[in-house]
Design a binder for this molecule. Sequence first.
Ligand SMILES: NC(=O)c1ccc[n+]([C@@H]2O[C@H](COP(=O)([O-])OP(=O)(O)OC[C@H]3O[C@@H](n4cnc5c(N)ncnc54)[C@H](O)[C@@H]3O)[C@@H](O)[C@H]2O)c1
Length: 345
Amino acid sequence: MIAPTEPVLSSNSATPITQFHPDITREALEEKVILIVGGANGIGASLVELCCHHNAYVCIGDIDSTAGASLSKKCRDKWPVYWDPSAPPKPPRSSFQETDVTNYQSVLDLFDFTFKTYKRIDHVVVTAGSMEPKENWFDNALSLQEVRTVSYAETYLLKDSADNDKPPSTRDLDVNLTGTLYVVRLAGAYLRHNRGPGVDRSITLFSCAAGFKETPGVSVYQAAKHGVQGLMRSLRPYFISPYKHNLRINTICPWMTQTHPAVTKKLCDRWEDEGLPISSPLQVAQVAAGVIVDDSLNGTSMYVEGGRAWEIEANLDRLEPQWLGEVPAKTLAQGQKVLKDAWAA
Ligand SMILES: NC(=O)c1ccc[n+]([C@@H]2O[C@H](COP(=O)([O-])OP(=O)(O)OC[C@H]3O[C@@H](n4cnc5c(N)ncnc54)[C@H](O)[C@@H]3O)[C@@H](O)[C@H]2O)c1
């Protein structure tokens, strides 16, 4: 069991609206070692380039070895590392290790590889994600016969296939949630290793607007992203505990971001017709980098729409007496204190 949540510090929790303005100075990322799991494509790839541009060292772990190796080479060529020839050589600007985030040993190998290459890890980011919108686990049209065999999508797509006795896919859960759990467990140990108190270290997780808001048709993905939010909330009072170690954990919750132009074109066109905002991968990466470099941020969730970010956790806390009711909010606070004391004992 882990201690219940303390009131969370956010960028400016005293004020009701907490728009977050990332402030990424060159010095803040200079020579930091950043592990980006899922960094071969999309938002993660933009973050890899942004960090390298600011003179950080970046290790990419991803299942897509073609894109990952090619991005790593691009970063090494574009932002080479220089050092005094009389001094020991510096590590490469960027490196890549093929990693399947759903396999614990594979994630462990990635941490070992990063630690061996760079001798320390300062920040860990998980952008690896999966969304299989074709497969609606809970389709209202599912018959008794269909739930006995395969998922709705497979019933139609694989009608004659020998795979017909497969259970529905748990990939969205495995990649988005189990993968994140594996990375965070290992990150906790590796970020603490050999570092004294007061050194800033962080874990940044990728949730989604679907991590706090219902989204039609992607229930397993949504459950996984709620899980990512829950994981961050459970660890934010625990990892930061200053007398043990000083480790921050935050989530980024992007809304529509144009990372797969071909796939999302139809939706994006409709989005634009409605005048709704779309973020670019770089804009979301800038928010993530802003969270990585701001050592005051722990336990925050940055909702990102149209490139702008808002911190939502402080408002959830602040407004609890309104959305839960004053009496239950008070009783809940009392119970949380008992749980905390029981944990401490
Ligand atoms: N694009 C959006 O509109 C949007 C919106 C909200 C949240 N998000 C979240 O942001 C994150 C990044 O999204 P994106 O659009 O850049 O995604 P993307 O698909 O472009 O990139 C995801 C990366 O994860 C990697 N990956 C997938 N399975 C993996 C596995 N088993 N092991 C290791 N790596 C694996 C992929 O190879 C890819 O490089 C995801 O967590 C996603 O759920 C995206």
